[in-house]
Design a protein around this ligand. Structure first.
Ligand SMILES: [Zn+2]
Length: 114
């Protein structure tokens, strides 16, 4: 190996090390994101159980109908869109004049006449 090849190998080796460091850094970021996703999934599961329990309590103890609960939940989602300007499904901006979210397709039911 002549000096030129030796120097070229050094440069190439350094370049490979840089790429390996970048890959390691991306792997670390992916691991952190996966941990966060697992935490969020656990929280969603806990919130789902809580909501189901509360709905069952309302139905069993107070006699609220499932249909009334669904209507109230739908109304709450629509209120959320109006007050926050964000989609209740994906959290992106949701302009009131649109009939569906541009990002996820969520479409609130049109307001029923009172
Ligand atoms: Zn959306």
């Amino acid at each position: 190996m002549d000096l030129g090849e030796f120097l070229w190998d050094l440069v190439e080796h350094g370049s490979l090390n840089d790429h390996q460091r970048q890959l390691d850094s991306h792997d670390l970021a992916i691991d952190k994101a996966n941990v966060k996703i697992r935490e969020l999934n656990s929280r969603i599961t806990a919130l789902t159980w809580t909501c189901e329990t509360l709905c069952n309590l309302l139905i069993e103890k107070l006699g609220v109908s499932e249909m009334d609960l669904k209507a109230l939940i739908q109304q709450q989602r629509e209120n959320s869109i109006r007050s926050s300007g964000t989609c209740p499904e994906c959290g992106h901006r949701f302009h009131e004049s649109r009939t569906a979210c541009l990002y996820c397709g969520f479409a609130p039911e049109p307001a029923s006449p009172q």
